[in-house]
Structures are given as C-alpha cells and as structure tokens.
Design a protein around this ligand. Sequence first.
Ligand SMILES: Cc1ncc(COP(=O)(O)O)c(C=O)c1O
Length: 322
Amino acid sequence: MRLAGLPRRALGVWPTPLQRAERLSEELGASIWIKRDDLSGLGLGGNKVRKLEYLVADALERGADVLVTGGGRQSNHAALTSLAARKAGLDAHLVFYGDDPGGPPEGNGVLNDLSDAAITYTKDDERSSVDAALEEVAARLRDEGRNPYVIPRGGATPLGCAGYVRASLELAGQLTTAELTPSLIVVATGSCGTQAGLAVGRRWLQAPYRVLGVTVSRPAAECAERIRSLGAACAELLDLAIGAVEGEVIDGYLGPGYGLESPEGRAAAELVARTEGLVLDPVFTAKAMAALLDIVRAGTGGPVVFWHCGGAPTAFVPRAGA
Ligand SMILES: Cc1ncc(COP(=O)(O)O)c(C=O)c1O
C-alpha cells in the first residue's frame, strides 16, 4: 500500500512550522532550525500524533472500540493515545508498569484523568512487564464483549512509522520553500519509531541530510538495530524499494537514567527557553538538544534541524519520572 493510499484519521494540524531559531543560532554561531511537532495540534502536541493518525485509522477499520497501550506513568504516547481515542469516539485503556503511586495526578496523569482513561498497573517495576500486560488486558476486554486494538509501547510499529515518512515529505516541501539544505536532523530516540520513519523518508526522498538520533533510554546499538528492522518493515508496508535503512544513534546523553533530568539537558532547556522562548521536556527533547549543542559547538557544516517532539506535560512534573 502506497503512503497516499494508507488510511489516515486526521488528528493533528499540519504542516507543523519549520522555524529558524534566530537567537539560538546567533548564540551558537550556526544556523539552527526547529521543526515544531510540539505544535501538532492534539492535546499538548508531540510526535506521537503523527503515528496515531495511522494507528487509529487501522483501529477504526477493524471495528475496534477501545485502544489499549501503555508504558511509564508519564508516557506522552499513552496520554496522546487516550486523547486520540476520544477524538475518534473510542475508549482507551492504559497499562503502566509499577504500582499506582496514589496522590493527585501530575503531568500526563492530568491528561489521562481529563480524558477518563482506564488504567491498569502491572505491579512490576520492569518496563517490559507492560508488553504481556497489554495482551492480558486485551483478552479481558474481549471476554467483556469489547473489541480492543493493541498499540505497542511508543506506537513503534511499521504502520506508526509511516507517520514520520509522511513527515519527511512535509519537511521536504518546507525545505524547498525556505531554500534550505540542512546537513543534519537531530531527534530524540526512545522506542525508535520516529527515527525509523525519518530514516525511511530520507532514503525515499534521497534527502541530503543525516538523521541522527539521541537515545534517551536504550543502548545506541539496540536503537540502531530497531531502526533498521522497523524501517525495513515500514518500507515494505509502503511498497518502497529503498534498500537498507540506516539507524545512526548516539548515546552519552542519558544522564542519571530514563525519565530523569540530566544536568546537560537542564542547561540546554534553559538556553532554549532563554533564547527562543521554547519549552523542552526533561525526558526527551532537552537531552537531544544537549547533544545538538555539543555537535554544533564542535563545528558542523551546514544548517541543522532540531526535530522538537513535544513532551510538554513532563516539564511540570517535579522529578520527571518514567
Ligand atoms: C517528547 C518525545 N520525544 C521523543 C520521543 C521518542 O520517540 P520514539 O519513541 O518514536 O523514538 C518520545 C516518545 O515517547 C516523546 O514523547
């Protein structure tokens, strides 16, 4: 199925702006542009909206009445899935690892509350405990006569990745209009679906830029492998004969761990807030920006595009947690 023929449920507002970061560029002595997927138009925005447009369309085609997904309590993906479900007239059931912390909701918990998501805790601190629990919850829902549609953590499926192939096309139009030829795109990488889609798009369009992921959770080598396999499956789904997909990922910016603020990330978020008036989240985008700053300060040719993937809700969590 070609991209144009792939069923898509409109959830966001496109294109998201591509903006030159004037004061940040001046500060760094380099040309920095920001692709504003934090303004993607559902909830408080973010990269997951692009994936969800294809996943929700698939769920509707299959007659689903409830979306089932999960991750950490502060998962941007989970909160946006619940909001997307409501916009499409569906319910959402979220599965979080660990135990219910009690107390008033924070960050994405507020959004889950507002959208009235059903929530199950795995009572196991392993993040991967969510994977089996998604199937268990889906089986329970089926027993109750519901028709659940399970979305793996992060929405990282070949179909979800198609959202970022489409985003590559969107960016290509904006680059042409701006007469801009970036050498590099920097993006935060977690479940790897965003970068896989961008990597497929880059090859398909024979774009001049490299797509560099900054891992915020898994080891870089594991991310690279996931990007290659997700990218290959996405290319096959879209009938794109593009050969091997590259997964270029760096680590070194995780700080104290997944979901926890790093000093370099905090400094990057302060710089961006103080030069551009933009909010970066402590879990993903601040860490990716810290990497971009190091790369640019070390000297790189050509303009750089920072892909802002959102994450605003966790900027308000006192100790950003997974
Ligand atoms: C704000 C933000 N940035 C980046 C990412 C990483 O995207 P992916 O999981 O597709 O690698 C996520 C994923 O949750 C996110 O919420």
